[in-house]
Design a protein around this ligand. Structure first.
Ligand code: ES4
Ligand code: ZN
Length: 366
């Protein structure tokens, strides 16, 4: 009798402490989520074409009289079956065929700015892929006018500032990249830098050394994708650093395999734009451990969404997924946001304004 009472009391006590622990855990998780959502953020790695939402694909197809092989936006999402970079890119390039007119590009960019404004993103450096549009007969001016108009409206109406990066597709020739660099020259005041994206396999940075040299001469900043776990990634990263002399690296997670490379990246203060949810889709890992290692080494790692409409995660969802997976502290989350403002391509007064916004947020939240 006494024995069973003790057992009962013990069981009761155990379930109570478990419930309490769960409650504390849930409260902490909720607090962390709110902390991330409200934190001022910058996004430095987002492909505007990767923000094309399924509903918008449908609306544009209808307006532009284009037949789609899918019946509903959900059918489009159901077809998102990426296992690696090429399988993702195939779907990504097919969908952007609906983008034809200036207002299509305007809407694409403006809708992205609206989304991130609601997530307290205050600064963005979006990529665009002009070759994926000019190859379909869309004029360069149509693309850049639409995006630029959205940037102006986003700053005025939403308070989101931005600087545009033009990417070259690395699976096309360097001659085509040079042609597009020439096309952007009349719009140099609208572009902050150039990047390199698309399929990395057998398309090393050195293939584009001339066009990047010319871009630098025109005063443009330089970045390149070093996608995760690609063939010859170590060589590609050293070429980025030593031949191209990039100002930033997109992804760059594999640098952690080479101590000398990490040291060089730290010494030069080069930013790494990591994309956790994208990595989960393309290389089946959120790279949380890698991001923590980067922070511990003093590398300027940042969190970004890459192709948020496809990976179904904008900035906050990326930060929250990362925090949950790696149990990141508020200090680490703040450091990731601070890194983005520190490596952003803005002038020093603007950088200080952004950093002060983050510092006063941190002080209020402490
Ligand atoms: C991309 Cl995840 C990724 N990698 C390379 N190029 C891209 N373009 C759009 N998303
Ligand atoms: Zn990317």
């Amino acid at each position: 009798m006494i024995h069973s009472t003790i057992v009962l009391a013990w069981k009761f006590w155990l379930s109570l402490t478990l419930k309490l622990k769960k409650h504390v855990y849930n409260t902490e998780a909720k607090q962390m989520k709110t902390f991330i959502e409200k934190m001022p953020k910058a996004e430095l790695h987002v492909h505007l074409e990767g923000t094309l939402e399924p509903e918008h694909i449908f609306a544009l197809a209808q307006r532009n009289g284009i037949d789609l092989e899918y019946k509903t936006p959900q059918d489009v999402i159901d077809a998102y079956d990426f296992v690696d970079l090429p399988s993702f890119l195939k779907i990504y390039y097919a969908a952007m065929n609906v983008l034809r007119e200036e207002r299509d590009f305007y809407e694409l960019a403006y809708q992205y700015f609206e989304k991130v404004a609601a997530e307290n993103v205050i600064y963005v450096e979006p990529f665009f892929d002009p070759q994926a549009h000019t190859s379909r007969g869309v004029e360069f001016s149509t693309i850049i006018d639409g995006i630029h108009r959205a940037q102006i409206d986003a700053e005025t109406n939403l308070g989101v500032k931005s600087n545009l990066i033009m990417c070259f597709l690395r699976d096309l020739s360097e001659a085509s990249a040079i042609e597009h660099l020439d096309m952007c020259l009349p719009y140099l005041d609208r572009i902050i830098g150039v990047g390199l994206d698309s399929d990395e396999k057998d398309n090393p940075p050195s293939k584009f050394s001339e066009v990047f040299r010319r871009a630098r001469e025109h005063g443009l900043k330089l970045t390149m994708h070093c996608d995760v776990n690609q063939k010859d990634i170590g060589e590609h990263m050293w070429e980025c650093l030593n031949d191209i002399r990039v100002d930033r690296i997109d992804h760059g997670v594999n640098s952690l395999e080479d101590d000398a490379m990490c040291d060089e990246i730290v010494k030069r203060g080069i930013g790494l734009t990591v994309c956790p949810v994208s990595n989960r889709f393309v290389v089946q890992s959120l790279t949380a451990n890698e991001i923590r290692s980067m922070l511990q080494k003093g590398m300027k790692a940042t969190v970004n969404s890459d192709d948020p409409a496809y990976f179904r995660a904008y900035m906050n969802e990326n930060f929250i997924a990362l925090q949950e997976e790696g149990d990141f502290t508020k200090e680490e989350i703040l450091q990731l946001s601070r890194n983005a403002f520190e490596v952003a391509w803005v002038d020093e007064p603007q950088r200080q304004v952004f950093l002060q916004a983050l510092d006063s947020y941190a002080a209020d939240a402490a």
